[in-house]
Ligand binder design. Structure first.
Ligand SMILES: [Zn+2]
Length: 252
C-alpha cells in the first residue's frame, strides 16, 4: 500500500528539466528553494541528485542487496521496483516505514550500542541528510553502519554543508529555538563544514580502507540541472577499483 501523494502547501509549480526518477517535467518550489519537489513522485532536489549518482556509478543493477536509511519518497518506490526483495529500509521510528513496499524493514537507532546490523550483508548503503540528526558521535555511528557492507560494497550519502568549519552540540538541554538558530532545524545536532569534512573523510578512509568520492562531479551539468540543487553526494568505495563501476569514477 502506498501513502497518498501529498504536496507541500506553498510554492509555485513550474516546468524545468526532467525528473531522473519518474520522468516528470514539473516541479514545485518550497520556501526559498526553487524546483524543490517533483510534483509526480515527490522526490526532493537532493533525492533526484542521489538517483543520478546511483545511475552514474552503476549501482542500480537488479539483484543487489541494498540498505536505505530514512528512505525518501520517490526514490524508495523506484528502488523497490529495481531491487525488489533485496531492498531493505531502516529508520529509528517504525511509523516512518509504514505504508510503502520494501523487501524488509529494520528499526535501527544509530546511536545505540553497536551490533544492531548484520555485518558484510549489503552491496549498497544509502542515506541522505541523516547524520545531522544523530544526538551522538556521527563518525562512530557511520563506521558502525559501514560494517554492514560487503567488502566490495559502496556507501552513498549526503550531508548538509555550510561554511568551512563544523559545529556540533548534542546537549539534550538545548531548546528547539536554539537548535534552529545554530543548526537550521529543531532536530539538527550539527552542521558540517567543508574543511572539517575533508579532514574527517581522510580519517574515515584510513580507518575503513576506503576512498571517498565527491560523486556529484561525475554528473554532467545538464543532468545536474534536472536535480536543481547545490547539495552534495559522496560515495565511499573500496580502494581497489570495483568491477561494475565506470572507469571514469575511480580516483587514481
Ligand atoms: Zn519525479
Amino acid at each position: 500500500m502506498n501513502t497518498p501523494r501529498m504536496l507541500p502547501p506553498r510554492g509555485q509549480i513550474r516546468a524545468g528539466g526532467q525528473c531522473p526518477i519518474c520522468g516528470h517535467e514539473t516541479f514545485q518550489d518550497y520556501r526559498e528553494r526553487q524546483y524543490e519537489y517533483c510534483v509526480s513522485c515527490r522526490a526532493k532536489a537532493r533525492t533526484r541528485l542521489t538517483y543520478l549518482v546511483l545511475e552514474k556509478l552503476g549501482l542500480l543493477s537488479p539483484g543487489a542487496k541494498v540498505l536505505h536509511f530514512a528512505p525518501e519518497p520517490g526514490l524508495r518506490q523506484r528502488l523497490y521496483e529495481i531491487f525488489g526483495e533485496g531492498y531493505i529500509v531502516a529508520d529509528y521510528d517504525p511509523k516512518k516505514l509504514d505504508g510503502f513496499n520494501a523487501g524488509g524493514k529494520e528499526i535501527v537507532d544509530l546511536c545505540s550500542p553497536p551490533g544492531h546490523l548484520t555485518n558484510s550483508t549489503f552491496d549498497l548503503l544509502l542515506h541522505s541528510h541523516v547524520l545531522e540528526h544523530l544526538p551522538c558521535n556521527w563518525a562512530l555511528a557511520f563506521m558502525e553502519i559501514h560494517k554492514a557492507l560487503k567488502p566490495n560494497g559502496v556507501h552513498v550519502f549526503s550531508v548538509p554543508m555550510s561554511a568551512e568549519w563544523s559545529r556540533d552540540d548534542v546537549d539534550p538541554g538545548l531548546s528547539d529555538e536554539e537548535r534552529t538558530a545554530r543548526f537550521g532545524r529543531p532536530g539538527h545536532y550539527r552542521k558540517f563544514g567543508r574543511q572539517d569534512f575533508r579532514n574527517e573523510a581522510q580519517k574515515l578512509n584510513h580507518l575503513l580502507g576506503t576512498q571517498m568520492i565527491d560523486a556529484k562531479k561525475f554528473i554532467p551539468k545538464e543532468l545536474q540541472y534536472a536535480a536543481h540543487t547545490s547539495g552534495n553526494v559522496f560515495a565511499l568505495t573500496p580502494r581497489q577499483p570495483v568491477g561494475y563501476m565506470p572507469d571514469a569514477v575511480h580516483i587514481k
